[in-house]
Design a binder for this molecule. Structure first.
Ligand SMILES: *Cc1c(COP(=O)(O)O)cnc(C)c1O
Length: 344
């Protein structure tokens, strides 16, 4: 395959927010619990950075924050749910870059468990000094109005805002972080003498999944990327993943073609709704925690963990495979979901 995309990717300005390549970890007990025929590993994006617990958004933001700096901006403005990992990462990367952050926190999930707006991610943003704005307005109208207001407020006080869409996804640079992850992974595989034929990743705003697809297609090794939907709106997510993947591919190499069948999105594990776990999610969280002490969350990673477990059990991921679970982070939200884990 052409090397064009790698040269182009390396030429795009980025910040260095990560420790370095995130660890690739073998999960021996989970492997055994799932029959031992498929070797299960995790790419630990949940341990990728020292900036406020890191996670996938920090990897994406390496590119967006570099762009913000080049444009002379001093304030990052973004939006997410009340327990958004993304807005916590926006605040963290802003602070570490000498900027400020304004984040609009929407009611994206129709639940209000104990301390939902006080603990977890939103607490971390407050501790970092972020301008956190809880928006109780109606979802559709409130979303735009509150975010536009935040943008105008920054301008009114003489600042220069940079708008980052939800999840740092629907942005021309949104897919680059996870295309870069595949380049990083290929080097780790060469050093460790292993090859992962299947990557499993959670997908919601879509640029983690899209970036991986572009990386895998560009390599041309036939590596399969399986997205597990956690949005509960699978067709909207599929459309967004496809669009971001094609835009990212075009940016890196005009000859790179992303086919419809490159976008695999499994809708069986989303519990029907964004932000709320079902029994299958909770069981998967417990399984990863009770085998290899790997912690996953009820919004995202518990759902993709449930997906990987079933894909192995049902034989979609074939015996003899090496599967890499892309762990995107998200554990801080667990604090707001303690009521989903009853105790005596
Ligand atoms: C945002 C997020 C996802 C989803 O990633 P997208 O790129 O938005 O599809 C998955 N897991 C965690 C922990 C996240 O914070």
């Amino acid at each position: 395959m052409s090397k064009t995309y790698k040269t182009k990717l390396a030429s795009i300005p980025k910040e260095n927010f990560l420790f370095g390549p995130s660890p690739v970890q073998y999960l021996p007990n989970l492997t055994t619990a799932l029959g031992g025929q498929v070797k299960v590993y995790a790419k630990r994006e949940d341990c990728n950075s020292g900036l406020a617990y890191g996670g996938n958004k920090v990897r994406k933001l390496e590119y967006l924050v570099a762009d913000a700096k080049l444009k002379g901006c001093d304030t990052l403005v973004s939006v997410g749910g009340v327990q958004s990992n993304h807005t916590r990462a926006v605040t963290a990367t802003a602070v570490a870059s000498g900027m400020t952050a304004v984040t609009v926190q929407e009611k994206w999930v129709p639940i209000d468990p104990p301390l939902y707006a006080e603990t977890g991610n939103i607490l971390l943003s407050r501790i970092m000094g972020g301008d956190v704005r809880l928006n109780q307005e109606d979802f559709d109208i409130g979303h735009k109005a509150a975010t536009e207001q935040a943008f105008k407020d920054v301008e009114a006080r003489g600042g220069k805002p940079y708008y980052i869409p939800a999840g740092a996804s629907d942005h021309e640079l949104g897919g680059l972080g996870f295309t870069n992850l595949v380049v990083e992974l290929a080097e780790q595989e060469a050093a460790q003498g292993i090859y992962f034929d299947t990557l499993v990743v959670c997908s919601v705003t879509g640029s983690s999944h899209a970036g991986l697809i572009v990386g895998a297609v560009a390599e041309g090794k036939g590596r399969k990327v399986i997205g597990i939907d956690a949005s509960g709106k699978v067709e909207a997510t599929r459309t967004q993943v496809t669009r971001i993947a094609r835009n990212t591919a075009k940016l890196l190499d005009p000859e790179l073609v992303i086919k419809d069948e490159d976008v695999i999105l499994d809708d069986r594990f989303n519990a029907g709704i964004y932000g709320i776990p079902d029994e299958q999610t909770i069981k998967a969280i417990e399984m990863a925690a009770r085998t290899d002490s790997m912690i996953t969350d009820p919004v995202y990673e518990g759902k993709s963990m449930a997906g990987m477990i079933e894909l192995i059990k049902e034989g979609t991921i074939k015996p003899g495979s090496n599967v890499l679970y892309i762990h995107l982070g998200g554990q801080p939200a667990l604090n707001a979901y303690s009521s989903y884990f009853p105790h005596n």
